[in-house]
Design a binder for this molecule. Sequence first.
Ligand code: NAD
Ligand code: GLY
Length: 363
Amino acid sequence: MNSIKIDLPYKGYDIFVGSGLNLARALGDIKISFKVAVIVTNVIVAKLHLNKIVHSLKGVFDEVHVIELPDGELFKNWDSLNKIFEALLTWECDRKTVLFALGGGVVGDLTGFAAATYMRGVPFVQLPTTLLAQVDSSVGGKTAINHPLGKNMIGAFYQPQLVLCDLEVLDTLPSRELSAGLAEVIKYGPIADANFLNWLENNIDAVLAKDKDALAHVVRRSCEIKAGIVSQDEKESGVRAILNFGHTFGHAIEAGMGYGVWLHGEGVAAGMVMASELSMRLGLVDASFVSRLKTLIRRAGLPTVAPLISASDNAGRYLELMRIDKKSDAGEIRYVLIDGVGRAILRAAPDALVREVIDACCE
Ligand code: NAD
Ligand code: GLY
């Protein structure tokens, strides 16, 4: 099977992209013990896609267990993590246990963090079932849970053994979730690949119609771009931060509205508009770029206007939430800004200017 390789100093791995992929065959190429497999999933995905995975793994592992979590961003927390640990301990799982994350970014981030910390680390495999997870969250080893005071604040960098993006699972994905995934796809254009942005503008309708060739291109190109960036900077000490285009504002929207009210991708979409507006006001791009990006985001079924998150001091609340962003430096917020299409930079900006942007972008 063709794969995209992610090269890392200590452990690279393969990202497989295609329709009806053979999990057992993909596992054959990696050197892990095949004793106990534990699939972590949620109640929604379990109904749709669990049987096929259990069947594949039963042909390879001696024992296969399943942990079903409740669905949603609200459950990306300590309670869910504890449920995973309790199940692993009850089943007397040792370090040769392999965890399989079957689900979207919530299940992937939670399972990855459980794998990073259970017995100080057990192997895990990403089986992403949302577009967002296939193009972004399953690749690159960021794992985390949310804290009420900030998104993804507790976590670890911990890489999977492999990632298997089976496009067939996207058949059951609701259109709102497909659009949310497109936010993370669209970001790759402005930050890294002007041609990909053009391609998306020409093919967004085919992607929304779930045309398999269009989806395959979207997932492959996104994974290639992400793999290239993560290979240069696994732990985000530099260039990897550009993958957070739109996320500083977006995370404030998610936390400010209450986790799960706005989907992650929706927050990122409105956040990319805000970050572009800020880039324009700093003289890095012109107004035509902002309007071009807004048009694509709108066509992808995503919001271009950000929500009010405080009735008394909306901009102040955004700034307060953004100050605990992981890219902040000594309390100074650093924004991912677009410096010409296909190039991103990380830079601070005066609060007064950011307030103007927030006022202009929120309704
Ligand atoms: P999600 O995991 O909540 O999945 C979205 C919804 O789709 C859920 O209701 C889920 O049950 C359902 N679903 C999943 N697969 C389905 C399928 N095939 N058919 C039908 N329904 C399906 O959300 P998400 O958008 O996948 O991920 C968002 C999360 O990812 C956020 O917590 C975000 O912080 C995180 N994230 C992490 C990274 C990273 O690098 N680790 C990057 C981007 C986002
Ligand atoms: N989603 C941003 C990153 O993986 O760095």
